[in-house]
Design a protein around this ligand. Structure first.
Ligand code: NAD
Length: 541
């Protein structure tokens, strides 16, 4: 039995590699892109470490070339979900009783494998399967993923070290037990790192997990399972069950052992999950923990004292990187009349310099949106704007799904601050702008706060710092991640803990101790050294 008291220090963030032409990382990535493009994987369900093939299959295709199949995956049905729950429950005792530093060691090894031996593999899979360009894949699938693991090790140290005071005749302690039951991790398509973290943060704290990946990120997510195995994660600690959310959810919510849900995805899905948990509340052995980071309608609010060129650049990157498919992506902007022409000029200038297409051409800044459903949804918003007397499309507006799901970076200007695309999450490269009279800053800030049900990210811009402070106060609840003179995307683990409130989620801040604390059941233990034997109060003696 070890007796060292471990403290995993706050790590450095994983450096982002440059992928310059001719660099070793570029060559390795290009070779891996070629290999994966020439392969059709057969992706099984993985339960208790065993591969299961149901024969009920779906296809994994490249969003930028949808006739190109990357893999065929097997879908879990009712039977497999029950098996996955049983496997998670069976693995629970051994995993929770393992010294927590051994759990850390296994997960830290995952981070080492991802940033080293499998860097090209996980980047290539995220590029091909989720249509991310090389930079977007690198900051997500490698850097953020490793940061989540390494920071969580440090945060877990902090939690386990958080102990109450003892006294002369008593020893007190808090034991941080994992939840009693299994955790259901339900991940979105857009970040490989989030998919990993949704399963691994409960796992770090001693829980076992049933993981349903998104059907449009299965390629990278399946490789993660293989890397977990190589890192030494015992069978059954994470059980991988691709398939239909509704089919899988039904079995999961009926299980008395459901101890928690770790979700990232749309607000609509999270509400459905929450309702199902509510409907089954009498079934559960304990109240399931519900942790959900959901949608956003993220804003850029421009004060008249801002520098138009800086705002234009932030708007372009914040709205269009990864095709606007970040929960934090800028999707509405409030711009003062005096600055708007110059801001638009800058956005147009940037748009004229970028190319759109296949991820394997490294010159393409813009790639495809994730699938046909998403493409059609985005196109419907663009068409709505095209046909509305309240809106004008001043950039882009084109879309084409003949080869891949391509949507041009699009800017809509509206005269109605409550225009549909100012309020609803679109999840694509569409920015809607409301141009206000410079004198109406306060009233427009009020509008910004009240317009959408979400509260995820937001940015304010200006040189007048006093005015910005006033705005920051007014918009206090409008965003859980708030930026001053920066774009609303690009949160870094350990620096800007991420999550929002209102319709954007439970704000448990992924990648921090606030999140990890949701996966433990603290037990306070008091030991009295010499118990008293006389019931009388002192004054009665
Ligand atoms: P989604 O809600 O469609 O899907 C998320 C997961 O839930 C998927 O695995 C899906 O298969 C599953 N699912 C869907 N319906 C289900 C049901 N009825 N029962 C059980 N499971 C079900 O989300 P998405 O399209 O994958 O991701 C995009 C959304 O995620 C956007 O709304 C975005 O804002 C949000 N998001 C939020 C954050 C954040 O940190 N706040 C981060 C990334 C993405």
């Amino acid at each position: 039995m070890r007796n060292a008291i471990y403290n995993f220090p706050i790590p450095n963030n994983e450096p982002v590699k440059t992928y310059l032409k001719g660099s070793p990382e570029r060559e390795a990535l290009e070779a891996e892109l070629k290999r994966q493009s020439e392969t059709i994987l057969d992706i099984p369900i993985i339960i208790g470490g065993k591969e299961i093939r149901t024969g009920n299959t779906g296809k994994v295709v490249m969003p930028h070339d949808h006739q190109h199949t990357l893999a065929v995956y097997h879908k879990a049905g009712e039977k497999e979900v029950k098996m996955a729950i049983d496997a998670a429950m069976a693995a629970h005792e051994q995993w929770e009783q393992l010294d927590w530093t051994v759990r850390v060691a296994i997960l830290m090894r995952v981070a080492e494998l991802i940033t080293g031996k499998y860097r090209a593999l996980i980047n290539a899979a995220s590029m091909l399967g989720q249509s991310k360009n090389c930079y977007q894949a690198e900051i997500d699938a490698v850097c953020e993923l490793a940061d989540f693991i390494r920071y969580n090790a440090a945060y877990a140290s902090k939690i386990y070290n958080f102990q109450p005071k003892s006294a002369q005749n008593q020893i007190n302690s808090v034991e941080y037990r994992p939840l009693e039951g299994f955790v259901f991790a339900l991940s979105p398509f857009n970040f490989t790192s989030i998919a990993s973290n949704l399963a691994l943060s409960p796992v770090l704290m001693g829980n076992t997990v049933v993981w349903k990946p998104s059907t449009t990120s299965i390629l990278s997510n399946y490789y993660l399972m293989q890397i977990y195995k190589e890192a030494g994660l015992p069978d059954g600690v994470v059980n991988f069950i691709p398939g239909s959310g509704a089919v899988i959810g039904k079995e999961i919510f009926a299980s008395p052992d459901l101890a928690g849900i770790h979700f990232t995805g749309s607000s609509a899905t999270f509400k459905t999950l929450w309702k199902q948990v509510g409907d089954n509340l009498d079934t559960y052995k304990a109240y399931p923990r519900l942790v959900g980071e959901t949608g956003g309608k993220d804003f850029i609010f421009v004060h008249p004292s801002a520098v138009a060129e800086e705002v234009g650049n932030a708007a372009f990157c914040g709205a269009f990187e990864f095709q606007g498919q970040k929960c934090s992506a800028a999707s509405r902007m409030y711009a003062p009349k005096s600055l708007w022409p110059a801001i638009l000029e800058k956005i147009k200038d940037s748009a004229s310099k970028v190319k759109m297409g296949d991820v394997r051409d490294f010159d393409n800044f813009i790639n495809a949106v994730i699938d046909e459903t998403s493409f059609d949804n985005i196109a419907s918003y663009i068409d709505y704007a095209k046909n509305s007397p309240e809106a004008e499309i001043v950039l882009g507006g084109g879309y084409d799904k003949s080869k891949g799901y391509f949507v041009e970076p699009t800017v809509i200007v509206t005269t109605n601050p409550h225009f549909k695309s100012m309020e609803e999450e679109i999840f694509g490269p569409v920015l809607t702008v409301y141009v206000y009279e410079d004198a109406d800053v306060d009233a427009t800030a009020e509008l910004c706060d009240k317009t959408s049900p979400y509260g995820l990210t937001g940015a304010i811009w200006g040189r007048d710092r006093v005015a910005l402070e006033k705005l920051a106060t007014k918009l206090r609840y409008a965003a859980g991640n708030f930026y001053i003179n920066d774009k609303p995307t690009g949160a870094v683990v350990g620096m800007q803990p991420f999550g929002g409130s209102r319709a954007s989620g439970t704000n448990d801040k992924a990648g921090g101790e606030l999140n990890l604390i949701r996966w433990v059941l603290p037990r306070s233990i008091k030991e009295t050294l010499v118990p008293p034997t006389d019931h009388r109060y002192t004054y009665m003696k």
